[in-house]
Design a protein around this ligand. Sequence first.
Ligand code: FES
Length: 684
Amino acid sequence: MPPDPLVIFIPSGKRGTVPTGTTVLEAARMLGVDLDSVCGGRGICSRCQFQTTYGDFPKYGISVASSALSSWNIVEKHYKSKRGLKEGRRLGCQAKIQCDIVIDVPPESQVHRQIIRKNASTRTIRMNPATKLFYVEVEEPDMHSPSGDFERIKRAFLNQWKITSISVDPSLLPKLQAVLRKGNWKVTGAIWQDHNATTGRLIELWPGLQDQPLFGLAIDLGSTTIAAHLTNLSSGEVVASSGLMNPQIRFGEDLMSRVSYAMMNANGHQEMTHTVRDALRSLIQQLADESNVDSSCVVEAVIVCNPVMHHLLLGVDPTQLGQAPFALATSESLTLRASDLGLDSMNSRGQIYILPCIAGHVGADAAAVALSERPDLSEDLVLIVDIGTNAEILLGNKHQVLACSSPTGPAFEGAQISSGQRAASGAIEKIEISTETKEPRFRVIGSDLWSDEEGFMESLGSTGITGICGSGIIEAIAEMRIAGLIDRSGLIGSATQSNTDRCVPDGRTHSYVIYDVHTETETGVRIAVTQADVRAIQLAKSALYAGARLLMDEFDVDTVDRIILAGAFGAHISAKHALVLGMIPDAAIANVFSAGNAAGTGSQIALCDISMRSEVEQLVRNIHKIETAIEPRFQEHFIAANAIPHQTDVFPKLAQIVTLPDISFNAHKAQSKGSGRRRRKRLQ
Ligand code: FES
């Protein structure tokens, strides 16, 4: 008897011998190789495709003969003639192994394929969704052994897929019998698996083989914007992304004004709940329409949001979040049905998973950031700041992770700034000020040219220059500090003190004019940084720094190893300018990273890989929360952080790349300069 053939699967490298005549799909299962199948080996789903190459494989020490596989059988030929197969591909459930062979499993045939997300931080996500498709052939009812249709479906799942305990969603029952008969007792079921239990639930049933893949949504429900990504749950591909402004803005720009609206109006929170659910419903509809996906195939959504949005989405009055001790109705993760939230633009039996909240001020969005950035796995001490109207701050390493939230207010988003606007066409987003001439040059969203380059004005089209966005105002104030137009206390100098006519009187203070155009016929646009603007940014950055500092106190450190700026805004902040301003503790620029929309990445991870749901729940249970509102040192840190970059903390790493002029435009303050108490020994 010839020896059993050796099979080597690539890319996994798994190998072993199998009896001659074993199908490639059976061999994969015997050796624990990921080879997909929806139809259970019936030759109709084509998920089990593989390819092989014949000849010598010195690396593996084998030679693959042209007779290594059985010839094409009738099922394979039929599939190829009807549906087509790529050149060189075979069906794993039909091709039988005759002698030694190397089997190449392409990415689309791998069950747990790895998806590399190419965003600001490249990330690998393992595909392991909660809802999967299974094709079964069900026994017909029989007068002699009476049993219900669902009981026979259950038996089919057990016998054909070894799926033991499944229940049926009650709202599926009314159509179950019709689907079975329409499919001639052959059906495809979508089974959702609870990550905390071994049971599954049948949430959808299609007659025959359902060859459309399933889809899921990763939703980042922010107080200003809502973003959603429609993702193929088989391939991990994001097929459509879209966003819209959160229509709750009409009840209040920031979270606290929405809490106030709920407090002051009898049906306030219900109104806001309806509004946000409506917005989600239409966003999901738009994504499904755009990508031509049937809404019944959209079977999952993972939602991340801050605590107030969390409560308003669920229909919970957020009043308790507006006052100490900021109690959440629940901080645990939630699994709901789409119909519970009225999301009828997706499968109404589809499952919605909402990540756990960390605390009353630190929501599921911060949990998603933690899942994306995994400070709990880090060897070095990493500070993660997610900047929005509130800054969520995480500090930790593999030994401990701390979290807090700091009330930065909307100034970083361009609100409360005299020329401020959202980051949209026409907004100044980058600026440089010459330390010699004090003249600015800048870039505007919508153009790749700097303002002193030829063709700049023409490149703006009809939009022109309309304002300055959050990252623009941070750069402007930091550049003003570098150029000596602002002193350490944040005071803007007069024309004489600062040596430029661009510093103009503005009431009892001064403003620095970045751009000013007047024509003979009309008053044009004037974009300036006023003293009030500087004060607003100082308040915001002090809150951010004080929060970070508070967490550093708990670790008893004065420096961190890495800083990650998260959030859409964090992606646009220049590390150098954030350091000059003193938004973040001193660090080498090379150790300040942008993670892009880390909360969005976290929701994608939880959508694509069900095992990550248990991980994030465990991670959140281990995060220690610090409440800034009741922490007396927060106020102390806040006041010290008001100076630019800081009253007492030193920035030696920043000093290696930027020299900040030691100036004071206020004689009294100049005398008291340096009187600030040094808080502790520094570790540089
Ligand atoms: Fe479905 Fe092979 S497993 S075609």
